[in-house]
Design a protein around this ligand. Sequence first.
Ligand SMILES: Cc1cc2nc3c(=O)[nH]c(=O)nc-3n(C[C@H](O)[C@H](O)[C@H](O)COP(=O)(O)OP(=O)(O)OC[C@H]3O[C@@H](n4cnc5c(N)ncnc54)[C@H](O)[C@@H]3O)c2cc1C
Length: 293
Amino acid sequence: MKPAPFDYHRATSLVEACGLLAEGDDEAERKVIAGGQTLTPLMAMRLAQPALLIDINRLEDLAGINEVDGVLTIGAMTRQRAAERSSLVGERLPLLAKALFHVGHVQTRNRGTVGGSIAHGDPSAEIPLVAVVAGARLRLAAAGGSREVAGEAFFQGPMTTAIEADEILTAVDFPLPAAGDRLGAAFHEVALRHGDFALVSAAAQVALDSDGRCLEARVGVGGCAMTPLRLGDVEAVLQGTALETADISAAIETVADAIDPEDWPGASAEYRRRVAPELVRRAVVEAGREAAA
Ligand SMILES: Cc1cc2nc3c(=O)[nH]c(=O)nc-3n(C[C@H](O)[C@H](O)[C@H](O)COP(=O)(O)OP(=O)(O)OC[C@H]3O[C@@H](n4cnc5c(N)ncnc54)[C@H](O)[C@@H]3O)c2cc1C
């Protein structure tokens, strides 16, 4: 199919883009286009029919990766591939680099943006899961001002986020573990083929103290609820342990109560229930080993 007719405007500043969004209404929806890897197919299938597309690809201020005062900031327009290949991300937030490897294909990551994936809010998507697990904060801008939203409050349901119709996601702030921490991270998923959306995914980031005890565990699953889920009970059981097999098994027992999967195309709820605890186990074991190495 071909998209419904639409107007196109290439924005030259964030102020201009926000101003154009603010003029939209329910009958003539306005949307920003970033990498176009999700929006373009949706428009081609006429599942999205914006009256005006506001192209934010020329807004260079929205792209880039920086670390300041223990916070890694990734501009919304940073290409997924640029984040995947960034040495700063690899060293300071390896969980994101590992997750990005699973996002689509190199070709889609060359165009797709970090912010576009978060703004779209697919509950099976890898970048939103990392945002929730790592405790990211999302920066939003509108003509009337800007605000920040915590990752767990940002994702509200399948393809539903805290972004209002007149807002643009400008950057993602990831708080980083202290530089001295022994850090490990792992991301595991099951998909029908590499590059497909995950049926179930698991993310773990572990920091150990000098005695090899778990200072902090951050753990979550994707594809097991209406939003990416952080597994607070798993984290609480792991905290302070030496991440022995028995510690991890005790933590994994809490997964069943935390998840609420549904029958979705590709896998039943029952399948997801069986796979999720095992993926979480693998992610925690691998992250623990990496931190201890
Ligand atoms: C073949 C293929 C395989 C894929 N596999 C995966 C996969 O395995 N995992 C995965 O997570 N994704 C996958 N994707 C999707 C891909 O990651 C997209 O890049 C991503 O979902 C959207 O990013 P984008 O920059 O392309 O956004 P766009 O397609 O441009 O926009 C997506 C939506 O977000 C909005 N938006 C974009 N940027 C902003 C912003 N800064 N502020 C406010 N709203 C914004 C748009 O208005 C639109 O509604 C796949 C895509 C393809 C084509």
